[in-house]
Design a protein around this ligand. Structure first.
Ligand SMILES: Cc1ncc(COP(=O)(O)O)c(C=O)c1O
Length: 389
């Protein structure tokens, strides 16, 4: 079945839920067994018995099944946030004395986990250039156990050559973990490109309405036992209401994403023509340095992209952003509404330099009309220019 059909049908069975279209929210901790045989069956995953609330309920199982199927993985586990998905995946495959190769453009809190908890646990991290490609082989050490990729980076939007990196990773005996949040399970199929473990901040497009935190980890069959063990040992489980919101969001994700991709591209092209903009960071634009790899490996773009501004004062950026009517100033993305944020990426990396004349703005295209979004930005640039004049 095609993805659009899977989005609608996967991981739900109304006949098992008294006819309800959506699997209802099961709130459960204790599970009661009618007899010892049922208890033993539950431990072996036989029969219809749950085991314990933390181990999942039909609400959880449905979303896990749908995500594994959509992404083409073996199985999936849910966790309370995207960051928890990243830390769980890293914990699963790293031990004291191991070495991790982490992409320099990674989401900031993932970096903090490596420099904080992982370092404290005796894992050494080397950051690498997102554009390294097959040359990652030169950084592999005998104790390198994980190569982590995030493509494109969610602030600077470099596209990584995942097949080349994954091949070198496997040749060195390590596994490749990918933060696939930007593309969602629809626009990049990690397991077809050599990735072993895919994590998502389902908080973004899967939930899709900016009202719940949720993370997912999906793996290949060979990577699964370690992930399952670590997930169980860490005692992770996502709240049933949030899982329900993830399941509900997933059903409309395809329609939302297509619209947000289109609006994002309209805004990106408009920004590329603005005199205040040095360069737009959007892999789906043919002028983007990552475009060829994006076109080869991805089947779409989400609504999140960036733009480097020409040299300007912070006052000018503040004037641009502060009085926008339709763009919220907020750190997340993936919901139905437009957002804007500004960054100095040079402070967010250690292995590579970010050379840009001005700050980077990041835009998340929501479902508003693109003409209204452009008009709002246009007024913002008038305020920006009044401060630079
Ligand atoms: C690329 C990426 N990965 C992971 C996360 C973390 O997700 P969460 O906020 O659900 O912990 C974020 C959040 O912004 C993100 O942008």
């Amino acid at each position: 079945m095609k993805d659009d059909t899977l989005l609608v049908t996967s991981g739900r069975d109304p006949l098992k839920q008294l006819g309800a279209v959506n699997t209802p929210v099961y709130h459960a901790s204790t599970i009661l067994f009618p007899n010892v045989q049922a208890l033993q069956d539950a431990w072996q995953g036989k029969g219809d018995w749950l085991l314990y609330g933390r181990r999942g309920t039909p609400t959880t199982f449905g979303l896990q099944e749908a995500l594994a199927e959509l992404e083409g993985g073996f199985d999936c586990r849910l966790v309370p946030s995207g960051l928890a998905a990243i830390s769980t995946a890293l914990f699963a495959y790293l031990s004291a004395g191991d070495h991790l190769l982490m992409v320099d453009s990674v989401y900031g809190p993932s970096r903090s986990f490596c420099d904080g908890t992982l370092q404290r646990m005796g894992v050494e991290t080397t950051y690498y250039d997102p554009l390294i490609g097959a040359d990652i082989a030169s950084l592999m050490l005998p104790n390198t156990k994980v190569v982590f990729v995030e493509s494109p980076g969610s602030v600077t939007f470099e596209v990584q050559d995942i097949p080349a990196i994954a091949a070198a990773t496997h040749a060195g005996g390590a596994i490749c973990i990918m933060d696939n949040t930007w593309a969602t399970p629809l626009f990049f199929k990690p397991f077809e490109h050599g990735v072993d473990v895919s994590v998502h901040a389902a908080t973004k497009y899967i939930v899709g309405h900016s009202d719940a935190m949720l993370g997912t980890v999906t793996t290949t069959e060979s990577a699964w036992p370690k992930l399952l063990e670590t997930h169980n040992e860490l005692g992770l489980c996502a709240g049933p209401d949030d899982v329900y919101l993830g399941q509900r969001g997933l059903r409309t994700m395809g329609a939302r994403l297509r619209q947000q991709q289109e609006t994002g591209l309209i805004l990106a092209r408009w920004l590329a023509d603005r005199p205040e903009v040095e360069r737009v960071l959007h892999p789906a634009l043919p002028s983007d340095p990552g475009h060829e790899i994006w076109k080869r490996d991805f089947t779409g773009a989400s609504g999140l992209f960036g733009a480097i501004l020409k040299s300007c004062s912070q006052d000018a950026v503040t004037a641009l952003v502060d009085d926008l009517e339709l763009y919220g100033l907020g750190y997340s993305w993936g919901g139905f509404e437009s957002l804007i944020m500004f960054y100095d990426p040079s402070k967010m990396r250690t292995a590579t330099q970010w050379d840009a004349p001005g700050p980077t703005i990041r835009i998340h295209a929501g479902l508003e009309n693109p003409d209204d979004l452009i008009a709002d930005l246009d007024k913002g640039f008038a305020r920006f220019n009044a401060k630079t004049a």
